[in-house]
Design a protein around this ligand. Structure first.
Ligand SMILES: [Zn+2]
Length: 367
């Protein structure tokens, strides 16, 4: 593996291993802050926990916001059974079929970590029809090895503690890696790398690591209000559907084909319709600097860009996506080349934006 790939992967490992579900992003933010502090002129945390770094542009005019979310899906402990088992309730879009028999990591409010597994009653006592179905979350429980509620409580575990998948990122073949929380820690890695490579932007660039995306794009909303950008980009993962069982004409994006430049997302384009001038600039920058890219139109999901776009009088916005397989599972898969080229594309885009171009996308006066 080449040196830069090793570096990208070690940063992914560092960020993806740490538990940071929505509302509990603090440990992720500390790592990001440490990684970007030397590349920005100002760095601060807002009341919601968004991390905002400003790299000043040479002209002092125009504001570009680039966002990637720090949070991951997870659970809260919702109930402790007398026998020491824990019931959990989801944070964000957790699919039940990806939960069964997973190993999980529990973090108490004092920061203590415990391992557990998601269990279910034995198949031998299940009815035949139950064996045909994906078990519902209410049938599942976390087993940390404890035998009683008292034992659990003595360990400092309480209702409201957080739980995430326990999965160490590892290398597969062909520059591909797998782990949990790649949505959107690989986007955060691209944000950090773009910050590191960014040279002499003409407009002010606000690099924002957002909170609470998985529960409704909330950190992007509040940080966009504070930054008040003229134009915006988000960096997030997108569904790579290049796997068996998906018809080829339904393949949205593929692993290893470079960052995906978003045209639109959401059912019936109900998420974001990327501003055409942003799409065009991303494409021309990719072609100019020979960055591989693919186009993305996806009929589900959306990203931070769709709420930043609605800030104040409206913000022309776009998204650069990292194709990812098995999103929201503990075995998400990305190609390291896609992560690196995403950072590169974002860097070149940010350098290409001028105050004049910003004015050209901000509307005009007719009379
Ligand atoms: Zn995401």
């Amino acid at each position: 593996m080449l040196e830069w790939k090793r570096e990208v992967f070690s940063l992914i490992k560092r960020l993806a291993e740490v538990p940071g579900p929505s509302g509990y992003e603090d440990p992720i933010r500390s790592i990001v802050a440490e990684c970007v502090k030397d590349y920005v002129d100002k760095l601060w945390v807002d009341p919601w926990g968004n991390l905002i770094g400003l790299k000043r542009g040479s002209t002092g005019e125009g504001k570009l916001m680039i966002a990637a979310h720090m949070d991951e899906i997870g659970f809260f402990v919702s109930h402790i059974e007398d026998e020491g088992f824990l019931r959990i309730t989801p944070i964000g879009g957790v699919a039940e079929r990806s939960l069964l028999y997973q190993r999980v990591l529990l973090k108490t409010r004092d920061g203590k970590l415990f391992r557990g597994v998601i269990g279910l009653k034995p198949p031998h006592v299940a009815k035949p029809e139950e064996l045909q179905k994906v078990p519902e979350l209410k049938e599942l429980f976390v087993d940390i090895g404890a035998s009683s509620r008292e034992e659990v409580e003595k360990l400092g575990i309480r209702v409201g503690d957080i739980v995430v998948y326990d999965r160490e990122p590892v290398e597969l073949v062909g520059d591909r890696v797998t782990g949990k929380a790649f949505d959107d820690r690989v986007g955060v890695v691209a944000l950090i790398e773009a910050a590191r490579m960014l040279e002499k932007p003409k407009v002010d660039v606000y690099l924002v690591a957002t909170v609470q995306e998985e529960v409704g794009l909330r950190g992007a909303r509040t940080s966009a209000f504070a930054v008040s950008p003229d134009v915006a980009l988000s960096i997030d993962v997108t569904i790579a559907s290049d796997v068996p069982g998906v018809a080829k004409n339904e393949w949205y994006t593929r692993l290893g084909k470079g960052p995906a430049i978003k045209i639109a997302d959401g059912r019936g384009a109900s998420g974001l319709i990327a501003h055409p001038k942003i799409v065009n600039l991303l494409v021309s920058v990719a072609e100019k600097y020979k960055v591989p890219y693919q186009m993305e139109i996806i009929p589900g999901g959306t990203t931070d860009a769709s709420v930043i776009a609605l800030n104040k009088e409206g913000v022309p916005a776009g998204t650069v996506s990292i194709p990812t397989r098995y999103i929201h599972s503990p075995v998400e898969v990305v190609d390291l080349n896609d992560v690196y080229y995403t950072a590169l594309l974002v860097k070149y885009f940010a350098e290409e934006v001028t105050p004049e171009w910003v004015k050209s996308v901000k509307g005009f006066v007719l009379k």
